[in-house]
Design a binder for this molecule. Structure first.
Ligand SMILES: CC(C)(COP(=O)(O)OP(=O)(O)OC[C@H]1O[C@@H](n2cnc3c(N)ncnc32)[C@H](O)[C@@H]1OP(=O)(O)O)[C@@H](O)C(=O)NCCC(=O)NCCSC(=O)CCS(=O)O
Ligand code: FAD
Length: 397
């Protein structure tokens, strides 16, 4: 055991991925950002290194690794290239984990095969009028004879246009038009009529993965495409969100990795750069910055690892995942910003990775549940109370 309580296998995994990250992944990171092209070369690297679908059980071709193993991989990759880190998130957590936990045999085999062969599934929750209020989604799946007909619009879907497998959250209605709850539908792009990628969002950072608007126009799916969570459609939303806690930990880990990468660059530069005839790390103003940065990173890492460990045999705990994501995302923004400051004008240049890291890391207080909404989740769990956010919610509760 070491300070972070990692096993010797985990330390070996971490060392192996750090090497990969510092080599080819780091080399391509600026290019991925500049060209805004999905890094298929890195997908091949991850596939060859058996880092895609690690959390998939062995019986479906994966390695049955735990959340902390995946976190170590994501953390190391994100220090070099946040986009590649996010690919590791979505091939090990989120949609794939929901299917592997709740899906039918057929669904598990399909999803595992696709991920292990290089597909990063897309999770489709957010809608133009239902972001934080995800439960207010209007995408609907109407049962008509032996099929469902899905209509609606999702936006800001990571991987829209490159992902093939989609897990689409939708309200399910029976033949008579009665709402049954929320379920997740599996659909494959280019094999499913009515699934249309209609716009790419121009993003501030994380530019190597498209964020897209996806329209479902009379998209017909068989009942076998519906992932029914264990407590049925009535509690479908709660169970799907429970699986999503894994991806919240993953998102926090990407932010952590980016900030660690930026911190290492600043630490190194602080020794190399001389002003007033001495290294800039001899100035107390920067020494205290370094100290604060390291404290924030250490605390964030502990929260992330704890949240990952809480998911042993299931999914990470909702409270721990939300706490880890709020703290890590907010502090990572500060750490990257401080790291950039160490470089003076050079930090502001596109020739160094700091400005890219500052753009990339900004996302994590937004995507995956905003920091404000996750504070509501934390407060509700601490108080053991429902904290309805609608005006009439308290009356109903
Ligand atoms: C959950 C919210 C949408 C709030 O909605 P409501 O106030 O309408 O619902 P609640 O009563 O809070 O919750 C309903 C039900 O679900 C259970 N629940 C909710 N969240 C979780 C969770 N994380 N884990 C487990 N269970 C959960 C809750 O306990 C209730 O259960 P009961 O019915 O009482 O049994 C809102 O809080 C929220 O989370 N909004 C954010 C939406 C979000 O995270 N979207 C992410 C989209 S994907 C993405 O952004 C990818 C980016 S990335 O890089 O990863
Ligand atoms: C890069 C990126 C990738 C994403 N990837 C995906 C994806 O793959 N799949 C997917 O489904 N979604 C994805 N999203 C969408 C993301 O989950 C939403 O942006 C997020 O949940 C917030 O929704 P919104 O943008 O509609 O903001 P809104 O909900 O409109 O919020 C606006 C502001 O109001 C605040 N607010 C809202 N409600 C409350 C409240 N009750 N209490 C306090 N403050 C509140 C918010 O915190 C925020 O500051 C992604 C977003 C980004 C930026």
């Amino acid at each position: 055991m070491n300070a972070s309580g990692l096993s010797s296998d985990q330390l070996k995994l971490q060392a192996r991925v750090r090497e990969l990250a510092a080599g080819p992944v780091a080399k391509r990171a600026a290019e991925v950002d500049r060209t805004e092209q999905y890094p298929w070369d890195n997908v091949e690297l991850l596939k060859d290194a058996r880092l895609l679908g690690m959390t998939i059980p062995q019986q479906y071709g994966g390695q049955g690794k735990n959340w902390l193993d995946a976190v170590l991989v994501i953390e190391a990759l994100s220090a070099a290239c946040s986009v590649t880190g996010r690919i590791a998130v979505e091939t090990n957590m989120g949609a794939i984990s929901a299917v592997m936990a709740y899906g039918s045999e057929e669904q598990k085999k399909l999803a595992a095969d696709m991920v292990l062969s290089g597909d990063k599934p897309a999770i489709c929750i957010t809608e133009p009028e239902a972001g934080s209020d995800a439960n207010g989604m209007t995408t609907r799946a109407d049962k008509k004879g032996n099929r469902y007909v899905v209509n609606g619009r999702k936006h800001w879907i990571t991987g829209g246009g490159v992902s093939r497998l989609h897990l689409i959250f939708a309200k399910v209605y029976d033949e008579k038009g009665n709402e049954e709850g929320i379920g997740g539908f599996l659909a494959i792009r280019d094999e499913t009529q009515g699934l249309k990628i209609t716009k790419r969002e121009p993003t501030m950072g994380l530019r190597g993965i498209p964020e897209a608007v996806i329209d479902f126009e009379d998209m017909e799916l068989p009942p076998s495409a519906l992932v029914i969570p264990p407590r049925g459609l009535k509690k479908g939303f709660a169970d799907l969100m429970n699986a999503y806690n894994s991806q919240r930990v993953g998102a926090a880990t990407v932010a952590l990795g980016i900030a660690e990468g930026a911190y290492e660059l600043a630490l190194d530069w602080s020794e190399k750069r001389h002003q007033f005839g001495r290294p800039i790390n001899e100035f107390q103003g920067l020494q205290w910055k370094l100290a604060d940065m390291s404290i924030k990173l250490r605390a964030a890492q502990a929260l992330v690892y704890d949240a990952a460990r809480s998911g042993e045999g299931g999914f990470p705990d909702m409270l721990l995942a939300a706490q880890a994501k709020v703290f890590t995302s907010e502090n990572a923004i500060q750490v990257v910003n401080d790291a950039l400051q160490f470089f003076g004008a050079r930090g502001y240049s596109r020739e160094l990775p700091l400005e890219r890291m500052a753009r990339d890391v900004r996302m994590f207080t937004i995507g995956g549940g905003t920091a404000e909404v996750l504070r509501n989740v934390v407060a509700g769990a601490l108080l053991k109370k429902k904290l309805p956010q609608t005006r009439d919610g308290w009356g109903k509760a």
